[in-house]
Design a protein around this ligand. Structure first.
Ligand SMILES: NC(=O)c1ccc[n+]([C@@H]2O[C@H](COP(=O)([O-])OP(=O)(O)OC[C@H]3O[C@@H](n4cnc5c(N)ncnc54)[C@H](O)[C@@H]3O)[C@@H](O)[C@H]2O)c1
Length: 361
């Protein structure tokens, strides 16, 4: 049975990936989820898998060399899928240091631990071992409004925010390990994800949550910054396909072919919520475009990101499957059906879940 070490599995994309993998492979794989549970880690995201015999949660910091080495010593890890990171650009502007700590030094710790566990005396690596570093399109910088300009794997790195600079540094470290040691790894650079279990500091769940509470819907600057949105399950599938079918040492861009201005996203959410709410629902009356409030722009706000996912399509056959219209509806339904999840997150109660479920373990 193949054993996966997933870092940051209690976060948004990590938890969706774990669900995807158990849905696809069921009992053919074992997953060890290593997460320190920052504010962004929520074990409630994994309620439905936590009692599986082939799932283990370990609370550990990826910067803690001893703890990470111990996990490799005690388990024969075949695959590492490295999500753990500080992930919110706004937070990186306020407090860059923790981004360097987790994203750069934490990645170095993960690489060293995997190298130590997998390297043979002759400097080659044990057969079949693979490390996948999950990264972002933000490392490439910003595009202007030319609709024919895209990020390719060959686009030079030009990060602007402390977040993207820390992710770019971590990518460079992975590249250095591949070049120097022939360390068996891949990097994926993905565009903005949306879907279930996303922490409501990010645009889409923030807007859904505020709209349902009749609160202002803050939009940065002129609202015309463009992001390329991908449904999170499509990202999970891409990661799995890259690890199984991709060429080692390669980078693959993952994107949705789905560029949208922020303001379009906000208006689409309002439109769908209005369709979904009953006329008798008191929330409907307040749910109009009047809730939109333009606020001072984010410092150094990148204008446009757009990925060309041509390489992953040509080499691996991956393409985004969930069209935005369908994905955004699915997402809104999920947040409707999981109001308790959202309440626990916004009230902070989710942080008690670990104590409740894991205090005796
Ligand atoms: N969200 C996006 O749109 C997007 C797009 C492309 C790439 N990415 C990348 O995907 C990865 C996951 O993003 P996300 O949106 O799920 O992030 P997230 O913030 O929702 O989750 C991050 C997880 O990492 C954990 N973590 C943080 N610091 C840790 C540490 N020191 N040790 C162990 N665990 C730690 C957190 O507890 C949390 O569970 C990140 O590497 C991010 O850069 C995200």
């Amino acid at each position: 049975m193949r054993t996966y070490l997933v870092t940051g599995g209690a976060g948004f994309i990590g938890s969706n990936y774990i669900h995807y993998m158990f849905k696809k492979y069921d009992n053919e794989i074992r997953i060890i989820n290593v997460d320190v549970l920052t504010y962004a880690g929520n074990l409630e995201n994994l309620k439905d898998v936590e009692n599986r015999d082939n799932y283990t949660f370990i609370r550990a910091d990826i910067c803690d060399r001893d703890a990470i080495n111990k996990i490799f010593e005690e388990n024969d890890i075949d695959r590492v899928v490295h999500f753990a990171a500080e992930s919110h650009v706004d937070r990186s502007i306020v407090n860059p240091e923790v981004f360097v700590q987790t994203n750069v030094l934490g990645t170095a710790t993960m690489l060293n631990a995997a190298k130590k566990a997998w390297e043979l005396p002759d400097g080659t690596f044990k057969e079949g071992k693979k490390f996948l570093h999950v990264s972002t399109d933000e490392v490439y910088g910003s595009l202007d409004d030319d609709p024919n300009a895209f990020f390719y794997e060959t686009t030079p790195y030009s990060p602007h925010s402390p977040y993207s600079a820390s992710k770019a540094s971590s990518d460079m470290l992975v590249k250095a390990y591949m070049d120097t040691y022939k360390f068996p790894a891949n990097i994926t650079n993905c565009s903005n994800n949306y879907g279930p279990y996303q922490f409501p500091e990010k645009l889409i769940p923030l807007i859904i949550n505020n709209a349902l509470a009749s609160k202002d819907l803050p939009v940065y600057g002129d609202g015309k910054n463009v992001r390329d949105w991908l449904y999170v399950e499509d990202h999970a599938k891409a990661i799995d396909m890259v690890q199984e079918k991709g060429r080692l040492f390669e980078t693959y861009n993952v994107g949705g072919h789905n560029e949208k201005q922020n303001i379009e996203i906000v208006k689409t959410i309002i439109d769908i919520l209005r369709e979904e709410l009953d006329d008798s629902d008191p929330r409907k009356e307040h749910l109009t475009y009047d809730l939109i409030k333009y606020v001072a722009d984010r410092k150094g706000h990148d204008r446009r990101y757009a990925i060309a996912p041509d390489k992953i399509k040509a080499e691996i056959g991956w393409e985004p499957e969930t069209m935005f219209k369908e994905g955004i509806r699915k997402t809104i339904h999920w947040y409707f059906e999981n109001e308790a999840w959202m309440k626990n997150v916004t009230s902070g109660d989710y942080e008690k879940y670990y104590e409740k479920m894991y205090s005796n373990k």
